[in-house]
Design a binder for this molecule. Structure first.
Ligand code: CAA
Length: 257
């Protein structure tokens, strides 16, 4: 399909999605979100793809949901059109998604990054939930996910004041996994994605599902879930290959079985 608001490429076993509305700092309008969902569904269904990277431009990962598109809505139309709900398609993806963030990741842009499995930030990245300045609150999970990432005090301050966090603060508070120089961002994100895509895909998917459980259930249920997945993995040829390769002092050749 032809995309107008994103660019979609395959780099070996990695799916790369670049948000591409430069004139609006990649503001997430409904067309862009729909295209993103379609591209992600495509990569999820493509057995040659083992990991996905979502990135933006040097200036903005995404400066939020599209304010100009949202401005005319009233409650009934926001409810009926299911405004914001299409963002959920990102978290439905079962393969890992890395957000490679440079510049602004604000409002829905910050929420989109948090919907990914981890965030690699350029040293230019700026995160924030400025919705309060527009007379609304975050609507794509920001009040919930930011709080889980950085704790109540910092999340509350950011949501109530709309202030931005730079890359250093974002790393210190656990929002991003690491910071890289802006010029190296895409290369570093693709390197991490390549590494993941070389592992056994079902094992990678189960690892992702298990970590996600930590956010969705109690500790004892999560540990029980993890143990069952761990035991089930002994049914895969890849477990035997991985452990045999270790004992034979060679690299494993995972066949994703
Ligand atoms: N929606 C629509 N258009 C946007 C936009 C957004 N979120 N962010 C930027 N743009 C547009 C601007 O209107 C401008 O367009 P024009 O040239 O046609 O005027 C263009 O992008 C460039 O932006 P600026 O001139 O403002 O660039 P700047 O460098 O001076 O400032 C900025 C950058 C600080 C990010 C500023 O653009 C800004 O504050 N943007 C809005 C950020 C925001 O409030 N995001 C939250 C949106 S609400 C939301 O996301 C709800 C939710 O939870 C899902």
């Amino acid at each position: 399909m032809g995309y107008e608001n994103i660019r979609v490429e395959k780099r070996g076993k990695v799916g790369l999605i670049t948000l591409d509305r430069p004139k609006a700092l990649n503001a997430l309008n409904s067309a862009l979100i729909a295209e993103l969902g379609t591209a992600l569904d495509g990569f999820d269904a493509d057995e040659r793809i083992g990991c996905v990277v979502i990135t933006g431009s040097e200036k903005a990962f995404a400066a939020g949901a599209d304010i100009k598109e949202m401005q005319p809505h009233n409650f009934a139309s926001a409810y009926q059109t299911d405004l914001i709900t299409p963002f959920d398609r990102v978290s439905r993806n079962r393969k890992p998604i890395i957000a490679a963030v440079a510049g602004y990741a604000l409002g829905g842009g910050c929420e989109l990054a948090m919907l990914c499995d981890f965030i690699i930030a350029a040293d230019t990245a700026k995160f924030g939930q400025p919705e309060i300045t527009l007379g609304v609150i975050p609507g794509a999970g920001g009040t919930q996910r930011l709080t889980r990432f950085v704790g109540k005090s910092k999340a509350m301050e950011m949501v109530l004041t709309g202030r931005m966090m730079d890359a250093e603060e974002a790393e210190r508070s656990g929002l991003v996994s690491r910071i890289v120089p802006a010029d190296d961002l895409l290369e570093e994100a693709l390197k991490a994605a390549d590494k993941i895509a070389d592992f056994s895909l079902p094992v990678v998917m189960m690892a992702k599902e298990s970590v996600d459980r930590a956010y969705e259930t109690t500790l004892s249920e999560g540990v029980r879930f993890e143990r069952r997945v761990f035991q089930a993995l002994f049914a895969l040829e890849d477990q035997n290959e991985g452990m045999t390769a270790f004992t034979e002092k060679r690299s494993p050749d995972f066949r994703n079985k």
